[in-house]
Design a protein around this ligand. Structure first.
Ligand code: CA
Length: 440
């Protein structure tokens, strides 16, 4: 397989070289075109339905052509439902079009099927039917637990069960969507009673999301050895969280309004094939930790169930933006710090017969490592506001303020492989101008 593309901007691109080809939904900005599926290549997008219409895929396999036809849709759901075989076939066909220096391909693709990302409008890539958020970082669970329950930080089930809760799909929004500061019942630890108003401790959570391709019928499970045929690809996920609302409402049933006002995802879905060179063993469990129960233990998952991704959080305050100052990185961690793999999360989710469906989204939970600079939310970075974050311009942050732009990114690089990245997942906090109707 050729490793470079005739799309010059792809070669050496930090996120979207030929080896990545993540899928998204786009149209030309300002046009009335129907949104459709494309893949990112360098600074451009390859328009899959346009390739099909121009006859560029007429030599491709039937599977690849079937996948390409499913790309004439405003979401990836139909393509996801076709599973891993179709995804792999389509990816190979698109890669062949973009690889090397085939003059005829170049001429036809450039003429019919290449759109500059700068001239495109990107949409939510997937219509998410069900969204489940896990809690897979033991460092995050321990840190948060020690703030909320100092005597009992890590609950006894943690090392046995991939803990999760059912989130809300309707408020999943694409990167770039402004995030309105939510109202809610806030109660500080020293307040006698709660009050209702805009959250005073709005936070982000750095997470990865995994999309389901083919699902499983109700009443059946997904064995851990088969999860790779059900997982479709990964995205960035910001699980915005109102900590003052959360600490008051979360017992006994878990997160509710503190987390369902918005969850941002990145615009491009990175496939398992693009991530293949970066599969890695799961982090070894600490001495004395229980071994996973048999349905959560599989030799292949232990050996390659992890993804070696560097994950980062960047912040630009309104004052920084006004002064023309660039965003600053406030944390950097690794997805290999997760205690549970996405495979274990999926196998566990379906282990009671729960039916997963194409386009379902599993969140990893906040990705935090052992080091302070690898904590994946402000709650941990500032230890619930006790140790404010000092920014280069003299500003401090305990939690997010109106006008702050928070950005997540992730990338994979290693010797002998071409670096790939996820692009960005941005969100700017907008003030809660007035209470929602009906609440006063
Ligand atoms: Ca979360």
């Amino acid at each position: 397989m050729m490793s470079t593309s005739w799309v010059a901007s792809a070669n050496g691109h930090p996120d979207f070289p030929l080896q990545n080809l993540p899928f998204g939904v786009f149209r030309r900005r300002g046009s009335k075109e129907a949104p459709r599926v494309g893949v990112a290549i360098g600074d451009s997008i390859l328009d899959v339905p346009a390739c099909l219409a121009a006859g560029l895929l007429s030599d491709a396999s039937d599977e690849a052509q079937r996948g390409a036809r499913a790309c004439a849709a405003p979401s990836l759901n139909a393509l996801m439902a076709m599973g891993g075989g179709v995804r792999r076939a389509l990816r190979e066909a698109l890669m062949a079009l973009l690889a090397g220096d085939v003059a005829e391909h170049k001429r036809l693709v450039e003429q019919h099927a290449l759109v500059a990302q700068a001239e495109a409008e990107l949409f939510l890539p997937v219509q998410v039917g069900d969204y489940t958020d896990f809690y897979a970082s033991v460092h995050h669970a321990t840190n948060v637990g020690s703030m909320f329950r100092p005597d009992n930080p890590l609950l006894p089930n943690y090392k046995w069960v991939p803990i999760g809760y059912h989130g809300r799909a309707s408020s999943i929004v694409p990167s770039g969507t402004p995030i309105v500061r939510p109202h809610g019942q806030r109660k500080g630890p020293d307040d006698a009673a709660p009050s209702f108003g805009p959250s005073r401790s709005l936070d982000y959570e750095l997470e990865l999301g995994a999309f389901i391709g083919t699902g499983n019928p109700l009443g059946t499970g997904i064995p851990l050895a088969q999860v790779d045929e059900h997982l479709w690809g990964l995205c960035l996920l910001n699980d915005w969280s109102a900590r003052d609302v959360q600490s008051w409402e979360y017992q006994p049933l878990g997160p509710f309004l503190a987390k369902n006002f918005a969850s941002s995802i990145s615009l491009w879905v990175v496939t398992l094939e693009a991530l293949e060179p970066f599969r890695a063993p799961l982090a070894p469990r600490a001495e004395g930790d229980p071994a996973p129960l048999p349905y959560l233990h599989d030799a292949a998952d232990q050996a390659r169930g992890g993804f070696a991704l560097t994950v980062e959080v960047w912040l630009q305050t309104a004052r920084m933006a006004a002064a023309g100052e660039a965003p600053v990185r406030i944390s950097q961690g690794s997805s290999l710090d997760l205690y549970w793999s996405f495979g274990q999360m999926l196998a566990h989710h379906a282990s009671n017969g729960c039916n997963m469906r194409p386009g379902d989204l599993l969140g990893s939970g906040t990705i935090s490592g052992a080091a302070r600079e690898s904590r994946g939310c402000l709650l941990e970075l500032t230890w619930r506001g006790a140790e404010p974050l000092q920014l280069p311009n003299g500003e401090q942050r305990r939690f997010l303020e109106d006008g702050d732009t928070l950005s997540l990114t992730a990338y994979a690089e290693r010797e002998g492989a071409t670096r790939i990245g996820f692009g960005w997942c941005h969100g700017t906090i907008v003030g809660a101008a007035s209470p929602p109707p009906g609440t006063t």
